[in-house]
Design a protein around this ligand. Structure first.
Ligand SMILES: [Zn+2]
Length: 237
């Protein structure tokens, strides 16, 4: 099992850690700042620094089949650290911050468009959500204007944990249950955007909506009779 430090502090870019397992398919650590791909967000890239100064490039991060061990996928052909070795695990911060901004922007997009979400993807300073928007007509310019209004409010983004049972007893706590929250570990992580949004989410987010910067709606596509795919792209931070 890997302690997932990014769940409490998404701004932490590095940590000391101990190698638990080391295979070409992945290096498992006792703790990490690397986000494993999931929830529509890609796995982090970065490096594992050994005590002798060797840097092992990590090209992706994923959960192992047990869903509690996080695997740091090394670049092909590199020498692997031995189990028990001490490393410094460091993510590629510029890329992660772009994903944190895009991810938080998608939460706000779901506030602007309060329809069931049927899919989504977080890219690098861009992303998309699919909405079951029914007969509603979505106006690109209007969605973009309202999205940027919410960003400019510079609201705080915080998280808290609740028990699975509490969530099940209070389905009204969650605005949309269409994307099934990650349950089964006994607790669920809720992401709150002050006064605007509350939903279960395991991803990484910025601390204030103002950090997202300007967002453009780059496309609204038909994905079926009642389904629309809305794409956004962010400017430079
Ligand atoms: Zn999220």
């Amino acid at each position: 099992m890997t302690e997932a430090l990014f769940r409490e502090d998404a701004y932490r870019a590095e940590t000391e850690a101990i190698v638990l397992m080391s295979e070409p398919r992945g290096v498992a650590l006792d703790r990490t700042v690397f986000y494993p791909q999931g929830g529509g967000q890609s796995g982090d890239r970065g490096t594992l620094m050994l005590e002798d100064g060797t840097a092992i490039p990590i090209v992706n991060t994923a959960y192992d089949s047990d869903r509690t061990t996080i695997l740091h996928v090394p670049a092909e052909g590199v020498a692997l650290p031995r189990p028990g070795a001490r490393v410094i695990a460091r993510i590629g911060w510029d890329l992660r911050l772009k994903r944190m901004r895009a991810h938080t922007a998608l939460h706000l997009l779901s506030v602007v468009l309060p329809y069931p979400v049927t899919g989504g993807s977080v890219g690098d300073a861009e992303g998309r959500l699919d909405f079951d928007s029914g007969e509603a007509v979505l106006d690109k310019a209007e969605v973009e204007r309202r999205l940027n209004e919410l960003i400019a409010l510079d609201r705080a983004v915080t998280h808290r944990w609740i028990a699975d049972a509490e969530l099940e007893a209070n389905p009204g706590l969650i605005k949309t249950m269409s994307v099934k929250p990650p349950m089964g570990t006994g607790r669920v992580r809720l992401i709150a955007i002050e006064g605007l949004d509350l939903q279960p989410c395991g991803g990484t987010h910025v601390k204030r909506t103002g950090e997202i910067g300007h967002a453009s709606v780059t496309g609204i596509e038909k994905k079926g009779k009642l389904n629309r795919r809305v794409r956004i792209a962010l400017g430079a931070a």
